[in-house]
Ligand binder design. Structure first.
Ligand SMILES: Cc1ncc(COP(=O)(O)O)c(C=O)c1O
Length: 395
């Protein structure tokens, strides 16, 4: 049976060559220090697991969540979080939608708004979901390059006026994967003005909003007055509470946008397991006892990696957020893919080539600090020693 045109249009898996080399090396018994995938290596906190166990024993959680938007205590906890964390007023009835992790909801918001030939503004480099979904809906993804000279923020003035007017959605993701850049509230204000002028909807992916360092607090775009009319924002329990496998998050925004998302979702899934929603409520209630230590751990790793790379000739500043380091490929290499392949073969260090996230990612590579194995700082040191030893003339 022939695959749909839609599926055939998906670009080939960008890490294929690296994945093949990795499995060959592992088969030969080589140890690899894996800075590839961004998936928290620390376990979900016990209090969340215990809350799930208790909730799962209650038969009332075993059926469909017929609310469509999330159980009342989940929506109330999110609304309370909006107030305590961001000083925002979010109505639990109508301005919040639970989701099965934000990946699912980011995909479905596109299905709510995009018809064939519609334009979607997407960052480049970016998490691939935005572009794939825009294309699946028959739309066209128009890239907004994220350049180092603009602090990896899109240059709104560089978007042609006719494109801006035609576009229906504009994706942003701050704190950003893969560049680790952070956005200020002033940037969000500018973006909201742009969305108003061009009558488009901003989709802000805030999956990394709580993975921040040195007291930096990532803003919510909904802190901008009036933003609910032109923006919807997606938050996840995945990175904040080491819950990637649990599949739980939320969207908040204006009623019309939440309703649109909810209509698509109600035709695709039947909500998040209610026991998981109850456990998520307990997670948020214990935010202050868990999140500072999560942040401190990634900060330690980030500082060790930045210091190590700088000792090898890079000139990197410490990011304010995320567990990624985004660094330029030394000029002696032809491409980010070639550099990543060489690092793996010669140094046993696995990184992701920037080109995997879009054409503008070429010339960079990403290292994720979610490391398997017991001694994280030891692995970082080992990786730096290995590069120093096996690639002595990088620059
Ligand atoms: C930018 C970005 N958005 C969303 C996600 C997925 O989050 P969730 O686990 O909530 O689906 C990821 C996961 O890596 C991500 O990097």
């Amino acid at each position: 049976m022939e695959l749909s045109q839609r599926l055939q249009r998906i670009p080939p898996y960008p890490f294929r060559e690296i994945a093949r080399t990795k499995s060959q090396m592992l088969a030969k018994g080589r140890q690899i220090i894996d800075f590839g995938i961004g998936d928290p290596d620390m376990p979900t906190p016990d209090f969340v697991i215990e809350a799930l166990c208790e909730a799962a024993h209650d038969p009332a959680t075993h059926q469909y969540d017929e609310s469509g938007y999330g159980i009342p205590e989940f929506k109330q906890a999110i609304s309370d979080f909006a107030t305590t964390r961001y000083g925002m007023d979010i109505d639990p009835d109508g301005e919040i939608q639970s989701c099965l992790g934000v990946k699912e909801a980011l995909a479905h918001i596109v299905w709510a708004y995009i018809d064939p030939f519609d334009l979607v503004l997407v960052p480049d480099p970016a998490y691939p979901v935005y572009k794939v979904q825009a294309t699946w809906c028959g739309g066209t993804a128009f890239p907004m390059p994220l350049l180092a000279e603009n602090d990896f923020l899109p240059d709104l003035a560089a978007i042609p006026a006719s494109v801006a007017r035609q576009a229906k959605l504009l994706f942003v993701n701050y704190p950003n994967n893969p560049t680790a850049a952070a956005a200020t509230l002033e940037f969000f204000e500018e973006l909201v003005g742009f969305a108003r002028d061009n009558e488009l909807l901003i989709v802000q992916d805030a999956a990394y909003n709580e993975v921040t360092f040195d007291g930096y607090q990532a803003p919510s775009i909904l802190q901008v007055p009036g933003a609910k009319e032109v923006a919807i924002e997606f938050h996840s329990f995945s990175k904040t509470f080491n819950m990637t496998g649990w599949r739980v998050g939320w969207a908040w925004g204006g009623r019309d946008h939440i309703d649109a998302l909810s209509t698509v979702k109600s035709n695709v899934d039947s909500g998040t397991f209610m026991a998981i929603q109850r456990a998520a409520v307990v997670a948020l209630a214990n935010f202050d006892s868990h999140v500072p230590q999560m942040r401190a751990e990634y900060q330690r790793r980030t500082e060790a990696l930045i210091e190590g790379l700088n000792s090898l000739g890079w000139n990197l500043e410490k990011p304010q957020a995320t567990f990624y380091v985004w660094a330029p490929v030394p000029p002696s290499f032809e491409s980010s893919a070639q550099f990543a392949q060489a690092l793996l073969e010669e140094c046993s260090v696995l990184v992701t080539p920037g080109s995997a996230y879009g054409a503008t990612g070429e010339g960079f590579f990403r290292m994720s600090l979610t490391l398997g194995g017991p001694d994280k700082l030891g692995q970082i040191e080992q990786a730096i020693d290995s590069i120093a030893h096996n690639m002595p003339s990088l620059w």
